[in-house]
Design a protein around this ligand. Sequence first.
Ligand SMILES: [Zn+2]
Length: 69
Amino acid sequence: MKSGICSKCGAKDIYGDNTTSHGIDLSWTSIFPSKTLLLACGSCGYLEFYIKKQQDLAKVKKNFQKIES
Ligand SMILES: [Zn+2]
């Protein structure tokens, strides 16, 4: 998605937004990062969120369970 290509449908129609909350209430947990990058596909509607701050990423790694591949 960050490369401008949708990871789901392959469309080159990606839009990004850097606003803080995107209107979604994330206050249910202090773990969830306050700064996110939102990418949306203009073709299929798929959304991706990226954690922007390294300290938020560290919190997630500490408090979330890792998904084993
Ligand atoms: Zn797509």
